[in-house]
Design a protein around this ligand. Structure first.
Ligand code: SF4
Length: 248
């Protein structure tokens, strides 16, 4: 008898998502966006759709706190208003403006990206909107490609960072860790499945809201479940409550 083929991580993730009630996926998004409208922080990169500005904010926000990034973001854009300005500058000047923010590979990648992109795609200072094309650029991974596609172009593009995977897995599949290959696939599949059907402002708002919930409420160390719009259908919270009830 033939041994059945082992499922791939992507297939396992797809099966888990397919077993979730579609109305739960929709309700998650609806509650998330309603919460965001009342609780979102006023951040400078949320007031623009300029792909270059979004790129700079996303690179700066990697491994760095929002409060630290705000000053650097404004200063950097004053010094380099477009991607072409970055491309024309020597790398040392770009690094100078990054001084103190750390993780200098981000600044070097931005400079490299500007020189790669400017002649081909960006005579007018724009970046491609397709996440697949974005991923071909230096320093742009799956998350950043999704962020530029959705935050600059309002595309219906999923994005997953550590905050987003934590929220999605806690709500729908807390038995899976975001540190495993299946957990990662699952987080991406859930990010896609919970997006509103159309792009535009709803997709933009949805992805901003996912990140905001992970940053402000569903923290890695502390989850403020009593303030969370997902508390009525969060598997992680339900499990915690069950454990609490049996240990009393
Ligand atoms: S209910 Fe708690 S654990 Fe669940 S998503 Fe909200 S904050 Fe996170």
């Amino acid at each position: 008898m033939k041994t059945p083929r082992k499922q791939t991580h992507a297939e396992i993730a797809a099966d888990i998502v397919a077993a979730i009630d579609a109305s739960d996926l929709k309700a998650f998004g609806r509650k998330l966006r309603a919460w965001y409208r009342k609780n979102a922080r006023d951040l400078p990169w949320r007031k623009t759709r300029d792909p270059y500005h979004i790129l700079v904010s996303e690179l700066m926000l990697q491994q760095t706190q929002v409060s630290r990034v705000i000053d650097y973001y404004d200063r950097f854009l004053t010094r380099f208003p477009t991607l072409r300005h970055v491309a024309k500058a020597p790398v040392g000047l770009v690094l100078e403006q990054w001084e103190g923010l750390g993780y200098y590979a981000r600044a070097r990648n931005l400079h490299k990206l500007a020189r790669t992109v400017a002649p081909a795609h960006a005579p007018d200072g724009t970046l491609p909107s397709d996440p697949t094309l974005l991923r071909e650029l230096p320093g742009i991974g799956a998350y950043t490609a999704g962020a530029i596609a959705t935050f600059a172009y309002e595309k219906r593009a999923p994005l997953v960072d550590t905050n987003v995977s934590r929220v999605l897995l806690r709500v729908f599949a807390p038995e899976h860790s975001p540190k495993t290959a299946v957990g990662q696939r699952l987080a991406w599949a859930l990010a896609e499945a919970t997006l509103p059907e159309r792009g535009g402002m709803a997709a933009w708002e949805h992805n901003q809201a996912l990140m905001e919930l992970g940053a402000l409420v569903c923290g890695a160390r502390v989850a403020l479940c009593e303030r969370c719009p997902q508390r009525g259908h969060c598997e992680f919270l339900a499990r915690e409550l069950r454990i609490g009830a049996t240990s009393e």
